[in-house]
Design a protein around this ligand. Structure first.
Ligand code: PNW
Length: 460
């Protein structure tokens, strides 16, 4: 038995574009994802999320299911173009009403809202007319939008996440082109990451200056990071693994917890990596009340033997020309249907690495979970592999906590089977199965197992 303290936050996570549906109705403006999914070849089978789980219309039912499971916290994201159809200026009151009602419904069920401001569905207008995250002015648009959210929801939302996975936006959106807006470049990701950091810091400053005292909430960022294990014990590979972590989490965490990009990034990237002014450094430093961590997998890292790029789309380190790291996996490792290796000890090592490098920050696991092909049989979904996955990752988390990591909460990705971006609906992460034709919900075995963990604050 492994016990967690009774203040530990047990939650489930989602994002707007992946679950809401109602992509064009009720005053919502189009997002870059609404546009991207229409380009042939961008998503598996041309799948899109115009309806997806239909959460926009079924949230009461879904929140009731969560309450039945005893879930204490729900992580969702606001759709920027549902709140501001163009991304700036005019506000869509129907969008405000929807989120307001949804938040009230959570609170009526005793579920704590954790709201992400940006989970990738940028208003299309900001992309087509304003150059998206490449435009330095995005920091102002983002702060204007964040202010609308703080003002309308901050009386009830006490936990804010500015940006979900800035690494994915930069690398998959502007480096490899696998995600919206589908740009392919060696240099743009650094500019995009730079603007994401500044947008984050500006919005946090705005919250702290104008709302935090009266609303009493916390605000932070969610970073995705895999673990990188040195392939061998030779110093070059050990250094390569460390470098890979610095190019991954360190890219965003160092400016926030240490005031600038990692030295190794500045050295290797040179002028392609923008620099911060002293004022920007000061604004970034300490701009996250917690370290939101999204973690899924582990890879080996070795000092690169070739000078060529190795740019496979999902799950690699990206920008490997600059990192000079070769990534690999142990063929003996079990993998999920995303092809991500199941390596719970990598999670423990990563938590301990974060704990040490950033001087014991408060950590919230804002995503962790497993993609598995689940089918309903006799009204049940027996997803034992997912139970094993979550159990082993929670055990690893517990071990890291025993070694001092200050982990305050865990959010399972995801509440519902949903639209897995470029990979469509075949990839299933939910604790609750959603039949995409009938939209019928069936809680999986993992949902009831997780409900037990939440209830008892312990894993058996
Ligand atoms: C995260 N990678 O995405 C997102 O926050 C979720 O929206 C998503 O559904 C979940 O993880 C599962 O994929 C990622 O290539 C997508 O390293 C790709 C990567 C990492 C995270």
């Amino acid at each position: 038995m492994k016990y967690f303290d009774n203040k530990f936050i047990w939650g489930c996570a989602t994002s707007s574009y992946q679950i809401e549906g109602e992509a064009y109705g009720n005053g919502k403006g189009p997002s870059i994802w609404d546009d991207f999914v229409r380009i042939p070849g961008k998503t598996v089978n041309g799948e899109h999320a115009e309806v997806s789980c239909n959460f926009y219309h079924t949230y009461r039912e879904d929140i009731a299911l969560m309450a039945q499971m005893g879930i204490k916290a729900f992580r969702f994201s606001f759709s920027w173009p549902r709140i501001m159809p163009l991304g700036y200026g005019k506000i869509n009151e129907q969008g405000i009403q929807f989120y307001s009602d949804m938040i009230n419904c959570l609170l009526e069920h005793g579920i704590e809202p954790y709201a992400t401001l940006y989970h990738w569905d940028l208003p299309l207008e900001l992309q087509t007319a304003h150059n998206g995250w490449l435009n330095p002015k995005i920091t102002e648009y983002f702060t204007e939008y964040a202010n609308v959210c703080f003002r309308n929801f901050g009386d009830r939302v006490k936990n804010w996440i500015t940006i979900n996975e800035p690494w994915v936006v930069a690398i998959l959106g502007y480096g490899q082109g696998a995600f919206a807006p589908g740009r392919v470049s060696q240099t743009e990701p650094y500019l995009v990451g730079h603007h994401e950091l500044l947008a984050h810091a500006k919005a946090v400053k705005y919250y702290r200056d104008n709302y935090q005292a009266s609303q009493q909430g916390q605000i932070g960022i969610s970073l995705n990071c895999d673990w990188r294990e040195p392939l061998t014990n030779n110093p070059e590979d050990m250094e390569a693994a460390e470098r890979a972590l610095l190019f991954f989490a360190g890219w965003f965490a160092d400016p926030i917890w240490k005031g600038d990009y990692p030295e190794v990034m500045r050295q290797r990237i040179g002028h392609k990596l923008p620099s911060f002014t002293p004022e920007e450094k000061a604004m970034l430093m300490g701009s996250s009340d917690f370290f939101g961590l999204n973690h899924y997998t582990t890879m080996f890292a070795a000092n690169s033997k070739n000078t060529n790029s190795d740019r496979n789309v999902y799950g690699n380190g990206g920008i490997s020309e600059d990192q000079h790291v070769d990534l690999s996996v142990d063929p003996a490792w079990e993998t999920t249907t995303m092809n991500w290796a199941v390596v719970p000890w990598g999670f423990r090592k990563l938590l301990e690495w974060i704990d040490k490098r950033y001087n014991r920050p408060t950590i919230i696991i804002t995503e962790n979970g497993m993609s598995n092909n689940d089918t309903v049989s006799n009204g049940e979904v027996n997803d034992q592999p997912r139970i094993n996955f979550i159990r082993s990752y929670l055990e690893a988390c517990h071990e890291a906590m025993q070694h001092g990591a200050d982990v305050r909460g865990y959010f399972a990705w995801s509440l519902l089977d949903n639209f897995e971006w470029a990979l469509g609906y075949q990839k299933q992460f939910g604790l609750i199965h959603v039949d995409m034709k009938t939209l019928v919900r069936t809680p999986k075995a993992s949902a009831w197992w997780y409900a037990g963990v939440v209830k008892n604050n312990c894993i058996d």
